[in-house]
Structures are given as structure tokens and as C-alpha cells.
Design a protein around this ligand. Structure first.
Ligand SMILES: [Zn+2]
Length: 224
């Protein structure tokens, strides 16, 4: 599958010792992954942090959602099930909730884009998520509490394209395509995307501090 191939190609082992259990199709009867719609519980898709198990509803049987949920599963594995505080609540990609939700969902939503698009992709739009991760536009709430802003930050760290208007510009990227993923998975314990400004600065050096802040400002993720 595409996600495992991308990890393996870049020298990372994303495989758990025990295969990830995927329940499909998820229905109300499972008692797992329900959301409220119009005052009623409906079955939804999710990944369980403790063991990475995934439930998918039939409408979500598309690569984008599977790669998103596997992203949660891999994240939970690397962070020993200690997900960002505030994550795991019902959410829509247009809205802001809290920085922990934004971080967890933003990473998971970056996954299908990372798997399906190379760093030189122009205007990448994933079929299921259906937004341009390079320039999401004004339809999304601003700051680290919005998952699309977090996903587009990860994208700018990955892509070779320079966008933005000086000085708020994306002028750098990790030359290793796996680094945007590995620097997240291997630096656990964070509850907000803006905390990765200092993570990246520690990795790349103080002379990169300003370009790093500018990239975050381009995506508004210097804010909570
Ligand atoms: Zn999710």
C-alpha cells in the first residue's frame, strides 16, 4: 500500500509488531467512533490511540481517509499512545478547536498529501480532502488550532516550492522527504504546531530561526 511504500522508500519502518486491526465497515453496532449529527449518534471513522486500531465507515473507503487514519495510528505508536492534549474530539477541517486537536488532525491530514504528492507538486489537491494544501485559502480558521493550517505547515516544510510574499515566505524545506514526518514522530510530547518552531530551530540551527518563523507565519501557525 502506498503509505507503507513511502515510509519504506525513505528508510522508516512504520510497521507495528502486531498488524493494525481495521474494522470495516464501521456501524453504530460496534460502539466505536461515533459522532453527533443533528442530535443523533452516527458511526464515523477513527483510530484508537492506545493500540492504533482503526474503524472506517463505508463512505470513507478511499485512500485519503485510510492514509489519514493510519497517520493517527503511526503517530500513537511513536508517542506511546500519549496524544496531544485536546485531541480526539469531533471536528471539521474548516474550524478551530484547540492546538492539540489541530496538531493531531493536521499531521494525519498531511499524511495523504505526503504519500500521494512529491515535494515539487504544483497545487496539490487530494481527492477526498479536496483542498489545495499549498494555499488553502480563506475558508479555514487561522492558527495552530485548525488542522488544515497545521497540515499546510507540514506541507511547506516538505515542498520545494517557495510561496508567500516577502518576508512572510516559505524559503526552505527539509531536503530529506521523510524529515517532515520523522521530526514530528521523534519529537513527542508537544501539544501545538507552533512548538515545532523551536524543534526545527534546534535541528537546523539559530541562523534558520527567522526563515522558520516566516514559514509558520505564512500558515498562521505561529499563533495558537
Ligand atoms: Zn483524524
Amino acid at each position: 500500500m502506498a503509505l507503507w511504500r513511502k515510509f519504506k522508500k525513505h528508510g522508516m519502518n512504520a510497521l507495528r509488531d502486531v498488524p493494525v486491526e481495521l474494522t470495516f465497515p464501521n456501524t453504530l453496532a460496534s460502539g466505536k467512533c461515533q459522532i453527533q449529527q443533528g442530535g443523533m449518534a452516527v458511526a464515523w471513522s477513527c483510530s484508537q490511540a492506545a493500540d492504533g486500531k482503526i474503524w472506517l465507515i463505508s463512505a470513507h473507503a478511499v485512500p485519503g481517509v485510510v492514509q489519514h487514519e493510519l497517520g493517527h495510528s503511526i503517530h500513537a505508536y511513536y508517542w506511546n499512545g500519549n496524544m496531544p492534549s485536546g485531541s480526539g474530539i469531533q471536528h471539521k477541517k474548516e474550524n478551530c478547536y484547540n492546538p492539540g486537536l489541530g496538531l493531531s488532525e493536521g499531521f494525519a491530514t498531511f499524511m495523504p498529501y505526503w504519500v500521494q504528492f512529491e515535494p515539487d507538486a504544483v497545487n496539490p489537491v487530494e481527492a477526498r480532502y479536496n483542498f489545495n494544501i499549498e494555499t488553502p485559502g480563506s475558508g479555514f480558521c487561522l492558527g495552530s488550532s485548525n488542522e488544515v493550517r497545521v497540515a499546510s505547515t507540514f506541507w511547506d516544510v516538505y515542498d520545494k516550492t517557495q510561496d508567500g510574499v516577502s518576508p512572510i515566505k516559505d524559503t526552505w524545506y527539509f531536503t530529506k522527504p521523510y524529515a517532515p514526518v520523522s521530526t514530528f514522530l521523534k519529537n513527542p510530547g508537544h501539544n501545538a504546531m507552533y512548538e515545532y518552531m523551536s524543534v526545527y530551530t534546534a535541528i537546523l540551527g539559530n541562523n534558520m530561526a527567522l526563515p522558520i518563523v516566516n514559514l509558520f507565519m505564512l500558515n498562521t501557525t505561529q499563533l495558537p
